[in-house]
Design a binder for this molecule. Structure first.
Ligand code: ADP
Length: 207
């Protein structure tokens, strides 16, 4: 978990390799559906472009289906889900029915002033969605596939502000919900190099 721009996708991908896990990013899943032009993608588009959350029942359905398709014993990283208390409750029901549980909630902590700068300067690949970010606005071609880099439509300043507002209203309370549950919430300082932050996450998960 963490606010928009905290580094969930970047750190989630590294952790996925380290743990040999499957990572489900609801943002990526919804963007894929949008690109493919499915009913789900069309429904999600208006919410995403406005920086609003896609309705809970839709997202819970998407995650529930993905989890049901996994082979038994798979390790899973959920990135960007749950983002509201009803989603956390929905996930708890899905896990309970499957006899599974969350091992930990990893919360990336980054101050708001840092987030706005990171989001407005980052670029993504128009084809494969790989993220490009750095000190200044990245230019040139995607490092993974050579396609054009573009600004994500929801990384425009007004939408970024809306996403941060939605985070504070809807997602921050989920952390309190987990704090009152048996699941450990690991608070990770999200300022530093990508490798440093990854090390912090791995150390806390191993402890
Ligand atoms: P970020 O965390 O940087 O905002 P994401 O890629 O995780 O980026 O999400 C982008 C958008 O996708 C969100 O603003 C929202 O519209 C939608 N979305 C992603 N995950 C969820 C979720 N769990 N519930 C509702 N909407 C979601």
């Amino acid at each position: 978990m963490g606010p928009p721009g905290a580094g969930k996708g970047t750190q989630g991908e590294l952790l996925e390799q380290h743990l040999d896990a499957v990572r489900y990013s609801t943002g990526d899943m919804l963007r894929d559906a949008r690109r493919a032009g499915t009913d789900l993608g069309r429904l999600a588009q208006t919410y995403m472009d406005a920086g609003e959350l896609v309705p809970d029942e839709v997202v819970i359905g998407v995650v529930g289906e993905a989890l049901a398709a996994l082979s038994p014993g798979a390790s899973v990283i959920l990135d960007g889900f749950p983002r509201t208390i009803p989603q956390a409750e929905g996930l708890a029901l899905i896990l309970e029915a499957a006899g599974q549980r969350l091992d930990a909630v990893v919360n990336l902590v980054v101050p708001e002033e840092e987030l706005v700068g990171r989001l407005s300067s980052r670029r993504v690949c128009s084809e494969c969605g790989t993220l490009a970010s750095g000190e200044s606005v990245p230019s040139g071609a995607c490092a993974a596939c050579g396609s054009d880099l573009v600004q994500r439509s929801d990384d425009q300043p007004d939408t970024v502000r809306r996403r941060l507002g939605v985070y504070l209203e809807e997602t921050a309370p989920v952390l309190e919900w987990y704090a009152d549950s048996p699941v450990d919430v690991l608070e990770i300082d999200g300022i530093g190099s990508v490798a440093e932050i990854q090390d912090r996450i791995r150390e806390r998960l191993a402890a």
